[in-house]
Write a protein that binds this ligand. Sequence first.
Ligand SMILES: Cc1cc2nc3c(=O)[nH]c(=O)nc-3n(C[C@H](O)[C@H](O)[C@H](O)COP(=O)(O)OP(=O)(O)OC[C@H]3O[C@@H](n4cnc5c(N)ncnc54)[C@H](O)[C@@H]3O)c2cc1C
Length: 408
Amino acid sequence: MTAHEVDVVVAGGGAAGLFAAAVAARRGRTVALLEKSERPGLKILISGGGRCNLTTTRSGKDLERQYGERRGRFLRHALHLLPPTAVVEHFERLGVPLREEDLEKVFPISQKARDVLDALLRDCRDSGAKVHAKTPLLTLRHDGSHFVASTPSGNFVSQSFVLATGGLSYPKTGATGDGYSIAMSFGHTITKTFPALAPLRVEEPWVRNLQGIVLHGVELSSLDRLGKVLTRRTRPILFTHKGLSGPAPMDLAGDIEEQGGGQVRFDFVPEMSAEALEAQWLDAARSHGKRGVASLLPATLPDRAREAIVGIAQCETLTLANFDRAARQRLLRATKDLRVLVRHSLGFDHAEVTRGGVALDEVDPKTMQSRLQQGLWLCGEVLDIDGPIGGFNFQAAFATGRVAGSHA
Ligand SMILES: Cc1cc2nc3c(=O)[nH]c(=O)nc-3n(C[C@H](O)[C@H](O)[C@H](O)COP(=O)(O)OP(=O)(O)OC[C@H]3O[C@@H](n4cnc5c(N)ncnc54)[C@H](O)[C@@H]3O)c2cc1C
């Protein structure tokens, strides 16, 4: 079979690979992008509920912090070179007008993820990068002077190789962890991988009973084994037949999985301290003795949620007139410190991102080049990088793709 010879081969036609391919081709490099699926960019199409939240309006240190200390530090250079404002300019230049929505998220005005993918594909085509769909990378070796990538359509030979095959989440989009074994064959370490940004499986009956309810303004935190808060989120919480979904629970999945299970804590009145809340309750009890205890809970909570909290606190039969200290303590705990055990998320099939991947200390953050194999670049989710919901994962994929494409 014929061997294709190019300057750069990019494996993986997701956000990172498509970005890297176009950037490298615009530098005058001949580029072949290998995508194993029939169509590249499947994950882009299903992202953000089909609308693709492609970046955020956060910036600087605040942006970096979203990825955690170690991963944020690794991304510093890439995010500096391609901050969210530059991503916005880039896509607008490619003909996709964008706008900011709630929670600093940026979406196409058209509300169509398709437009984002089409823009990336157009950029590849216009820059001269050739996309080979249905062309899985099977093996990769370096023969001393070149990389030799084997595929069912023959070998691709190149000086530079960009590995952008993604992680393990949503395997039906093509992300099945192929890049890990390729990276390992060059000596790379793959840190333990966990599903992240996934719904949480919760068995607790009160959670299951609230199926269909969405809570706003409630704080949800993941706790470590000593009860210390790992991540805190005040974002929508959706109760489902399997447990908890929506932005806040999904943001906590990585922590839960990484610990092998743990507790999440609800604070239904995060804007008030326990002391202030108790004082308010005492005031109300003095003037409205005949009311039920549920009347103390915020009117913004759905009735079923208020009933559940009062039930957990065993206060359902009490009026404010007989709401004694012990009952107040129970209700305070149920309102501000209600913990549920979560053993697992719904796993990689439902996870938007993979935590873990190619160890960051083996990759140069200034170039995304492997420190172990010259000429090998890595970008996107194949790296040990994940961010919360809000456009941070595409932002990281574009930024690392841009750096890799600038050097490969
Ligand atoms: C349902 C869902 C919704 C999401 N929504 C958002 C969102 O709104 N905002 C956000 O920022 N992030 C979102 N994400 C996360 C985001 O999509 C990913 O972080 C991002 O796509 C990672 O890009 P990537 O290019 O590194 O990997 P991927 O997008 O996974 O691309 C990797 C590509 O490599 C290909 N590949 C794999 N193995 C091989 C091989 N051997 N040979 C050739 N090709 C191969 C795959 O087929 C795939 O096309 C979402 C994810 C999911 C699953």
